[in-house]
Write a protein that binds this ligand. Structure first.
Ligand SMILES: [Zn+2]
Ligand SMILES: [Zn+2]
Ligand SMILES: [Zn+2]
Ligand SMILES: [Zn+2]
Length: 282
């Protein structure tokens, strides 16, 4: 198993840049999906570290030294930005069906109640008027007593007055925006690092589950960013904006799950807290 991995690492070493990063690893996963499909996180991380070892030392000494010392650190960063969610009421459209016309854009003519006709004003509906020679047929309505409704022109309905005939109205929940800014939830970024830095391990073990930030993880020696994710929630009092907090720590790669959802590969922590996109695949 290890020998096979080392051969693979040597081959990949030839075709990857000197400053090999996890993003390059993700590219490899895309380009050589036949080889790397269905490989678990331990396999991929080991391969990644082997390639780094080859780049830095020309051999596998560095890898052999660190391979039992690698561990993962997850951190959470509160961006302070409000969480914006899709409006439930209108499914994000910003508009809803008009109540008044049920979406048709028309309503029953209020003047004729939908009859299309109204009482003749000339004869007051009698069909007759008094002429010079006594009662005669009303010229206005032809003796019918009714004329075409002046409001709807005989159509029986008019354009809906509430929605102007559109059949829809601005959603009142979101003021037509389709999305709502949360009052209490903010956006979080999550970052996942693989590391073989003893100091960081001590620090992480000591501080796991606490609010003490670990600074400069991005540039910390022997530590590589391997995953980014996003989330939202109500910040606890101690989670200030733009600060890092230890969020997950494990030295056992078997504790993490590696799943592909919607073209992305996610790393899940075994306790269900947090997930990180660690690979994209088309
Ligand atoms: Zn809405
Ligand atoms: Zn309407
Ligand atoms: Zn009418
Ligand atoms: Zn008449």
């Amino acid at each position: 198993m290890l020998d096979k991995l080392k051969i693979l690492a040597k081959n990949f070493n030839q075709i990857t840049p000197e400053d090999f990063t996890w993003e390059d690893m993700a590219d490899l996963r895309k380009r050589y999906s036949d080889y790397l499909k269905n490989r678990d996180v331990a396999f991929i991380l080991n391969l990644f570290l082997m390639i780094i070892s080859l780049k830095r030392t020309g051999g596998f000494d560095m890898y052999d030294k660190i391979r039992n010392d690698i561990f993962l650190v997850g951190v959470l960063v509160n961006t302070g930005e409000p969480y914006i969610y899709e409006c439930d009421n209108c499914s994000g459209n910003g508009y809803v069906e008009c109540d008044n016309c049920n979406g048709s854009g028309n309503e029953t003519c209020p003047q004729c109640n939908g009859d299309g006709t109204e009482r003749c004003f000339e004869c007051s509906g009698d069909g007759e008027v008094i002429g010079d020679e006594g009662p005669e047929k009303c010229g206005e309505c032809g003796g019918e007593g009714e004329i075409e409704c002046g409001e709807c022109g005989g159509d029986e309905s008019i354009s809906c007055r509430d929605c102007g005939g559109n059949g829809s109205q601005d959603c009142s929940d979101c003021d037509g925006q389709g999305e709502i800014e949360s009052d209490n939830e903010t956006l979080f970024e999550t970052k996942l690092y693989v590391s073989w830095n003893k100091n960081l391990q001590n620090l992480a073990e000591f501080r796991v589950g606490t609010a003490d930030p670990i600074d400069q993880l991005d540039t910390m020696e022997n530590t590589v960013l391997v995953g980014l994710g996003a989330g939202h929630g109500e910040p606890e009092d101690f989670i200030q904006e733009d600060e890092n907090y230890i969020y997950y720590f494990s030295d056992d790669l078997d504790d993490v799950e590696f799943n592909q959802v919607a073209g992305k590969t996610w790393l899940y922590t075994s306790d269900g807290i947090g997930d990180y996109i660690i690979d994209y695949r088309d």
